[in-house]
Design a binder for this molecule. Sequence first.
Ligand code: DC
Length: 238
Amino acid sequence: MTADDSTNPSADHLIVTIDGPAGSGKSTLARQLAARLGLDFLDTGAMYRGVAAKAIERGIDIPNEPYYVTELARNCPLRFDWATDPPRLYARGADVTDRLRDRDVTDAVSDVAAIGGVRQVLVQEQRCIGREHPRLVTEGRDQGSIVFPEAEVKFYLDASSAVRAQRRADQLREMGKPVQLDAIRKNIIDRDRKDSTRPDGPLICPDHAIKIDTSDMPLDAVLDLLENNVRVKVGMRV
Ligand code: DC
């Protein structure tokens, strides 16, 4: 897809991007915003996590074998089941959704996301999803900057690392996963550093993005703000 493909001003086409660091509320907000606006929802972090889960399963030494991780990403296509909410993720036919938030996957995923070859593969897959689902709320680190630079509406969400760690802990608790707040905070800070300093698709606030600090806002209030901004910007198209 060329950048221009994403600016087609028709009712059938509306890409909303939400970027930001781990725990800024992106996933929850993107999913709820998509539901409110009647758009599909894409969690691109799940795709990097899916590759990480598969690489662990194959015993690949991720930081030292980027070539094999890239080959795996190329040969092990990811598919979402769009009939489920949120869409479940399949890698070569196997449902990997329940692995995505496991500790070993979370620890490995920044190294996977730092591999240029993996990013190239997943960026192409995300643009392909954008063509198949042209009314989309998509969230990640590079959605407004690299994947859909001409998206109609772009948001950048941020929050303090303490608030973000607490949110991640709450999310894990809800899923019945073990929670150690200190370890989560360290992991978040470490991932922020890796995500912002990598040469390919680093976490940045995209040009023309609406920036919102969600530290002191209930997520419902942020959701209203996002929805209002989209409705004001694109009017009748939602
Ligand atoms: O949003 P998340 O925590 O599920 O993201 C998992 C990892 O993938 C995180 O290290 C950032 C990375 N990521 C990325 O580099 N680009 C994206 N578009 C989405 C996620």
